[in-house]
Design a protein around this ligand. Structure first.
Ligand code: PAF
Length: 288
């Protein structure tokens, strides 16, 4: 497995592979890999001849009081995991390689989809994501790119961006990977103390409660959100940022579940902000 640090080297490698008719799948990451990232690699392996993983902690998507400086980084560990999962090449640029002029003048902003949910408490975050993903797409020129469902809003933003800007890249979503107790895998889980880690299960517990109530016939969003809020508030370290039930395509808030929805939440556990989500009623279309 190759590790390339320079954009020119990546372009040359990709060009040679494309001349041979090989198709490239890209897995963009910020590193500190876990099973969630590796499931993206496995999905990419199935559909492409070559898998490229980018590892870059993108400063543009962090707010001034967020964890850019402390975000966990370990390229040697990541390279080992990536190689064993079947990555052919890692692109791991330095900050100056990606942003010779920082902040750069040109950014990519996706309106509407980026405004609600995490866009409220993380202004500018999705512009940072869309900008760096555009740059990665232009550097690697993949046929397909893979993103995790845990960042559902990010997936929708990138999919819309690719469609709006006619990028000839298929944007794929891979289901959430969970720990044995249900906590969604995230590089940020490493910030949790043992006690916080125990309490963090409240996110998935709330989502499962919502699913259970919905399956029992409750489709009123306010009542479902109230039940989820009560479940999360049982944990002393938990502070809710948001709990929303939204149209699964547009992210418009729904007062009732009468179509495919995403139940999405962001909760601080101590100082660590965690997100999770669940798609509900997704087979409604099949019943029409
Ligand atoms: O999901 C992530 O890890 C990041 O937001 C991404 C897509 C790699 C862009 O920096």
């Amino acid at each position: 497995m190759l590790i390339l640090r320079k954009i020119a080297e990546v372009r040359q490698w990709v060009q040679e592979k494309k001349k041979q008719g090989l198709r490239v799948g890209l897995v963009p990451t910020m590193g500190y890999l876990h099973e969630g990232h590796l499931s993206l690699v496995r999905a990419a392996r199935q559909e492409n001849d070559l898998v490229v993983m980018s590892i870059f902690v993108n400063p543009l998507q962090f707010g001034p009081r967020e964890d850019f400086a402390t975000y966990p980084r370990d390229l040697a560990r990541d390279a080992d995991l990536a190689e064993r999962a079947g990555v052919d090449m890692i692109f791991a640029p330095e900050g100056e390689e990606m942003y010779p002029y920082y902040p750069q003048d040109t950014t990519v902003q996706v309106a509407r989809l980026a405004e609600g949910l995490c866009g409220v408490s993380r202004p500018g975050h999705f512009t940072g994501v869309a900008t760096v993903v555009t740059k990665l797409f232009m550097i690697v020129l993949p046929e397909r790119a893979y993103f995790g469902q845990k960042d559902y809003q990010q997936f929708l933003v990138i999919k819309r961006m690719a469609a709006d800007l006619n990028m000839p890249i298929e944007v794929r979503m891979v289901p959430i990977k969970r720990e044995a107790d249900g906590l969604a895998m995230s590089s940020r889980n490493t910030y949790l103390s043992a006690e916080e880690r125990r309490q963090a299960v409240c996110l998935v517990a709330a989502l499962r409660l919502c699913k259970e109530r919905f399956e029992q016939g409750e489709n009123n969003s306010e009542r479902l959100i109230k039940a989820m809020t009560a479940r999360i508030n049982r944990e002393p370290a938990a502070q809710i940022d948001y709990i929303k039930i939204c149209d699964a395509d547009t992210l418009e808030e729904m007062s009732r579940i009468d179509r495919p929805v995403v139940v999405a939440l962001a909760v601080y556990i101590g100082k660590t902000r965690l997100i999770d989500n669940m798609l509900l009623n997704t087979d409604v279309m099949k019943n029409v």
